[in-house]
Design a protein around this ligand. Structure first.
Ligand code: Q9C
Ligand code: ZN
Length: 335
């Protein structure tokens, strides 16, 4: 399968993240990509499609913030990587503030996604990988893979979080729509709910968002991903959340997946974007499902049976030594 990755995606290198009250080594690190790259063959660097495809998803204020936040942090005399500590409660009016700490609160929803010197470069090139994989599918590939890092599905049009800065799946979907696709489905199979992707398309009737994930009653991101979130306005019914309990293994996973695949089939999409996280793996250090490496092939085969042109973007997966094998097992289901 054609696979896209740019070496500048390694530039994002935060030292630590706030995890359960302590600063621990940043789980979303370049070693993840190095393990996958060592497993897959024939990686292609993406073309540079520029900023316009990114602006179809993200606001200009947010993009300006992302590009300058780390520099502003340094200029404020801070050491280490930038992250917020104060947030506007939902419903507070948007304000144009100057202090870096205020903007970090304005444009993020958690304290676990530090911005480092290379964050913009990596995010930009990760998004270009997603655009390139989408273009490959538009050009006739049955499926293509964007090895995105950083991941994307937790960030919204104007906020970062969950190690995510640019929403690669949403950028891919908007690129497909700009190229003439009319109805696009997103299937999010990361362990965590893809809250950013859901928010971006929540009121859209032409983009179906289906997510199979850990129940947000027990798991991050807590405030999204509950089964009664079904879209609004023109998007009413075009969001489908399928939360599952901790400990879920292949059998229960496939039952939920089949429900999601049925909805995608009924929707009549002309392109599919898969947000693939391998943090559903039994050995994942921050997640609690029980899938095995061999399980990813039949899961992907079921998705491939939709028979839709499919752009696959990488999301999470933190069992680094097994990540390449898990990705390869998933991609094999499309061959
Ligand atoms: N225990 C993705 O898989 N962890 N993001 C919060 C507190 C955030 C995971 C830390 C996990 C985000 C793309
Ligand atoms: Zn995840």
């Amino acid at each position: 399968m054609r696979t896209f990755f740019d070496p500048r995606q390694h530039d994002h290198a935060p030292a630590v993240e706030l995890h359960n009250g302590a600063y621990v080594p940043h789980a979303e690190h370049r070693g993840r990509m190095e393990n996958v790259l060592a497993t897959l063959q024939q990686i292609e660097a993406p073309a540079d499609a520029g900023i316009e495809p990114i602006r179809r998803v993200h606001g200009d204020d947010y993009l300006a913030f992302l590009q300058t936040a780390h520099q502003r942090w340094v200029e404020a005399g801070r050491i280490g990587d930038a992250h917020g500590y104060a947030w506007p409660v939902v419903g507070r009016r948007p304000l144009k503030l100057n202090r870096i700490d205020a903007d970090l609160g304005q444009f993020s929803f958690d304290a676990s996604s530090p911005i480092a010197a290379g964050t913009w470069s990596s995010s930009y090139w990760g998004a270009q990988s997603a655009i390139a994989a989408t273009q490959a599918v538009l050009d006739g590939e049955r499926a293509a893979f964007a090895l995105c890092r950083p991941p994307g599905h937790h960030c919204g049009a104007d906020y970062l979080g969950g190690y995510c800065f640019l929403n690669n799946a949403a950028i891919a979907v908007e690129a497909a729509i700009a190229a003439g696709k009319r109805r696009v489905a997103i299937l999010d199979v990361d362990y965590h709910h893809g809250n950013g992707t859901q928010d971006i398309f929540y009121e859209r009737g032409d983009v179906l968002f289906v997510s199979v994930h850990a129940d947000p009653v027990t798991d991050y991101p807590f405030f999204w991903g509950h089964a009664d979130e079904r879209g609004e306005g023109a998007g009413e019914g075009a969001t489908l959340n399928l939360p599952l309990p901790r400990g879920t293994g292949l059998e229960a996973y496939r039952a939920a997946l089949d429900t999601g695949l049925q909805a995608i089939g009924d929707f009549g999409a002309d392109l599919l974007c898969v947000s693939f996280g391998a943090d559903t793996f039994a050995g994942d250090p921050i997640s609690q499902f029980a899938l095995q490496t061999a399980d990813y092939t039949p899961i992907a085969r079921s998705i491939a049976q939709l028979d839709l042109p499919t752009a696959i973007v990488m999301e999470g997966g933190y069992a680094v030594d097994a990540l390449g094998a898990n990705v390869a097992a998933f991609l094999a289901g499309f061959e």
